[in-house]
Design a protein around this ligand. Sequence first.
Ligand SMILES: [Zn+2]
Length: 301
Amino acid sequence: MKEKIVRDFRAATSSAALASFTCACCARELLIGDRIRRQHTEVDLGMLEGPHADSGYPTPPTPFTNGPLEGKLVDPHGVISNDVGQIILELCGSCSRGLHRKSLPKHAIANKLYLGPVPDALSDLTMVEECMIARAQAKSWIVKLQEHDSNSTSPTAQRSLKGHTIIYPQQPDKLVGILPPPVGETLTFICIIFVGSSKMTKERLRNQAKPLVVRREKVRQALVWLKDNNPLYKDVEISEQNLDSLPLEDVLPYHIENVADSEARETLVSQYDGLEGQPSPDVSSTHLRALLLLMSTHAHL
Ligand SMILES: [Zn+2]
């Protein structure tokens, strides 16, 4: 029974089982087990044209400029060509059923949900830069970074966490009126745990942990764009003083907790001991020598 439980657990959490795809119709990223493939000729593409130009909704440029998908609101990440040149749409169950019934799926980007390409000023922001332009934080992230040379395609490498969430009623804080926040405030919500035999230095962090880098001009451009274009940022004050305290391009002085390799290995393998005929889970030092970055923002949860 023990062996079966471990086998089932590995199968359910393997890279193959957790691989994802993007639905061409609603642009959601979902587990590959939910994927339905349809040739473009099997789908009534006329339904995916989006609102008419005279409907009052903005009509940003559509993703495809030629071929049968020209002018259609589909996510290019969910469109593939097969060996014989046919265009295949990858769809989630609800979109596939909706299109089959000839009714526009509720979540389809063609259902007035398409916003167009992300403007340059807001693209390519790192995770910390995104935190610095947000008026409210309602999410937490746990990010696991690995060395370039580690075997990230290992079928048993951990890729996700899944569990129950408990939500309590909260009185949310007011939206932030001055951005970016002072550096000290941003640091409060970031925790870095480094697992490895050698200590993590700021130099290594700068080169290996791109999501932690902050670029002063990038933050400034994003805020200026939002103030000019987003009504919800119209009254936000951009603090030159806080901007000037940001590095031109560097990591912030984060608190780093170093955990020795051996301690982590002991914890990880102890539960799997004694399984006959089973290779031990993939806990080679390359996998343990990963960066664990926990970003917990305005803790409403
Ligand atoms: Zn969908």
